[in-house]
Design a protein around this ligand. Structure first.
Ligand code: MSP
Length: 517
């Protein structure tokens, strides 16, 4: 049976993980966890892009071999996945044999069928983007910053016949409106395709770059890093084996906006088409995290947000919550420490954390630590139940369309309404009146059930927190959204040990650097 297959971009092995890398994995993880809760069999791939000039340069600067550099970086990125509770099923590194073999096979196939040819090329070359560029790439007469130094180069190289597929790609994009999300990005690609495409230079002479996959038909060259890297999405799931069709085509390929054109929206579908492989079903293109009111993050500006500092200080789930609550998929967002703290305190510590701790406290004090059954269902209870039911359907729909900020709004509306319900019922007052026993027990049981539903809906974004809530309520953690509904499963359950979900932070003692808003 075909799995729901999701991939992320594979990170460059030449630096430390930052919020951009973390966000992409968290977003992907939330998508895949929500699909698993819907009962789908899933496969989730992420990994590391290890070849190319930048990695070689970084290794040279550090005086180590590229292999050694990559091993160290791979450890850091895998630790990022673990610390952020990313549930990837596989982690590919482009130096692995399973990958280099598939790249070699595709190159041989293309070369044998005349899809690749050798030619001399004189042109402008961007050192930082590692590709030939054109005059038309200038913006207002200047090269984009991403290009770094642009030099003139004359070289004999191998070229992939990209241009011959331009019309096919235009037709494909026009007839597959769902291929790129959000849709305005598809229109940008079509705009880009109004100019004629050049064939793609897929080799680099070893004299200039040694760190790459050698061309199987010419030992003097290595493969251009993007041609190599894109293939990870199929090499990781056994391209060429009988199992390949259990995974491919990918259902969603998550990438940032900077690598849509030309790599993922032009090279990649054309490479697949030329190889006779179906294209992925969807490219999901997210925006960028900026800092300090719209600045790009960069090492030289010293404004890089380290996700591991945040996960370490506030917990992985607080960081996951913040990035998914703040960023609308497709748009850019600003990261400020103040905003992070205000969400942490207001939503997580005060609303959610407080609801759990006061419920656990009252259930212990008034019900002997056993969740009672609902005996009375009046309008208040019915309203809360119907809000929880609405939250279930809203969250399922929003997660299905990658609107995690809306999903979280619906969940926190339920959490806040449950707090208000508790205020209105005031179990502490009911407890003073022996005749109000049924009302007391019903109010606590109703609030606990609302919290159980809220926790079940939080799983994709905050899996660790959901687990802690289930444990404290004595609830069954094996939830499926398919059959999630308001019910009586908590009645008679014994509370687990209490634990504060989101401790209040005393900023004065805090080690994180302050970032001006
Ligand atoms: N190695 C290539 C991808 C090859 S995929 C076959 C690459 N690596 S990267 O490390 O530079 O970026 C990895 C992912 O992180 C990309 O999707 C990129 O868009 C994303 N981000 C990098 N910086 C980002 C932000 N500041 N904000 C959000 N995401 C950003 O590109």
């Amino acid at each position: 049976m075909k799995n729901f297959y999701l991939t992320t971009a594979i990170d460059y092995a030449n630096g430390a993980p930052h919020i951009g890398h973390a966000y992409e994995k968290i977003l992907s993880d939330a998508i895949i966890r929500s699909r698993r809760l819907e009962g789908m069999a899933c496969h989730f791939l992420t990994g590391l892009d290890e070849h190319g000039q930048k990695v070689q340069e970084t290794a040279d600067k550090q005086g180590v071999e590229p292999e050694q550099l990559c091993d160290g970086v791979a450890e850091k990125f895998q630790a990022l996945c673990r610390n952020l509770n990313i549930s990837n099923d596989d982690y590919i590194r482009t130096t692995q044999r399973r990958h280099t073999e598939v790249v070699g096979r595709i190159l041989m196939d293309f070369h044998g069928r005349g899809e690749i040819y050798k030619a001399e090329y004189r042109g402008l070359y961007s050192v930082r983007a590692e590709r030939f560029v054109l005059e038309r790439d200038r913006i207002d007469g200047h090269w984009p910053e991403d290009f770094g130094e642009v030099v003139e180069l004359c070289e004999t190289n191998y070229f992939f016949r990209l241009s011959k597929y331009q019309d096919w790609l235009i037709d494909f994009l026009r007839s597959h409106e769902d291929f790129i999300f959000p849709d305005f990005r598809r229109k940008q690609v079509l705009e880009f395709l109004r100019e004629p495409l050049n064939d793609l230079c897929i080799s680099r002479p070893k004299a200039r770059l040694r760190w790459g996959i050698e061309l199987p038909f010419d030992g003097d060259y290595v493969t251009y890093v993007w041609f190599d890297a894109l293939i990870n999405y199929i090499s990781a799931v056994g391209y060429g084996s009988e199992h390949f069709s259990d995974r491919w085509p990918a259902d969603i390929q998550v990438i940032g906006k900077d690598i849509l054109v030309p790599a993922h929206a032009v090279y990649w579908p054309i490479m697949l088409h030329a190889a006779g492989i179906p294209p992925p079903r969807k490219l999901l293109v997210h925006g960028w995290w900026l800092v300090r009111g719209g600045e790009k993050m960069s090492k030289s500006l010293g404004n890089v947000v380290n996700p591991l500092d945040y996960a370490g200080s506030y917990g992985a789930d607080a960081f996951r919550y913040f990035v998914l609550r703040e960023m609308v998929v497709g748009q850019d967002s600003n990261f400020t420490h103040e905003l992070f703290l205000s969400h942490y305190t207001a939503d997580l510590a005060d609303d959610l954390g407080n609801l759990l701790s006061r419920l656990i406290h009252m259930l212990g004090r008034y019900c002997g630590g056993i969740i009672p059954a609902v005996e009375l269902e009046e309008t208040e209870e019915k309203n809360l139940r119907s809000l929880a039911e609405t939250a279930i359907s809203r969250v399922r729909i929003h997660c299905g369309s990658y609107e995690f900020s809306l999903a979280l709004e619906a969940i926190f509306e339920l959490v806040r309404e449950t707090n208000r319900y508790v205020e209105r019922r005031s179990p502490w007052k009911l407890a003073q009146n022996p005749a109000a026993g049924p009302a007391l027990r019903s109010s606590l049981a109703t609030a606990a059930e609302a919290l159980r539903i809220g926790a079940a809906l939080l799983i994709p974004v905050m899996p660790g927190t959901a687990e802690k809530i289930f444990r404290q309520l004595g609830a069954d953690p094996a939830v499926r959204w398919l059959d999630l509904c308001w019910g009586t499963s908590l009645a008679g359950k014994k509370l687990g040990a209490g634990e504060v979900l989101f401790p209040k932070i005393l900023e004065a003692n805090h080690a994180l650097p302050q970032m001006p808003a």
